[in-house]
Write a protein that binds this ligand. Structure first.
Ligand code: ZN
Length: 145
């Protein structure tokens, strides 16, 4: 099996090359930088809350195809979700990449982000895939304080 072809599927390529989520928001409530020195990935996530709902998200920055696509697909997945739903999805994604969550029913809540499943077999790419997800975790934890 060709691991690379397996990981860099169409969805990931599409989001890494030309993401409509790569932009600035008007008056974001949160702005957080995520950095992965192993690969040189650096993103800035912007987030706008409306009460308990994640109204909008966007990102800027640069990095490898996996980090950029993971950020963009995460944004699509979490936009419109409640903070509680988002936290469950984030925990599931991290669990999937760490191979701690493998149950198909659990993984369904990831929607398109399930495309990163095979990254769990590529240790060098794991931090790239998790960068945006850890960054938004930081934002949501700050929001609780
Ligand atoms: Zn990377």
């Amino acid at each position: 099996m060709d691991d690379l072809a397996d990981v860099y599927n169409d969805l990931i390529m599409e989001h890494s090359m030309n993401s409509y989520n790569k932009k600035h928001l008007n008056n974001p409530d949160f702005c957080e930088i995520g950095h992965n020195p192993n690969c040189g990935d650096e993103i800035t996530l912007e987030l706008k809350l409306n009460g308990d709902i994640i109204e909008d998200l966007s990102f800027t920055g640069h990095g490898c195809a996996i980090s950029q696509a993971s950020t963009s697909i995460m944004i699509d997945t979490l936009r419109g979700k409640t903070v509680k739903e988002a936290k469950e999805i984030i925990a599931t994604f991290i669990g999937m990449i760490k191979r701690e969550i493998t149950d198909e029913e659990d993984l369904k809540k990831l929607e398109d982000a399930i495309a990163f499943r095979n990254v769990s077999h590529m240790p060098a790419r794991v931090k790239c895939a998790l960068l945006a997800w850890h960054t938004i975790e930081d934002i949501l934890n700050k929001n609780e304080k």
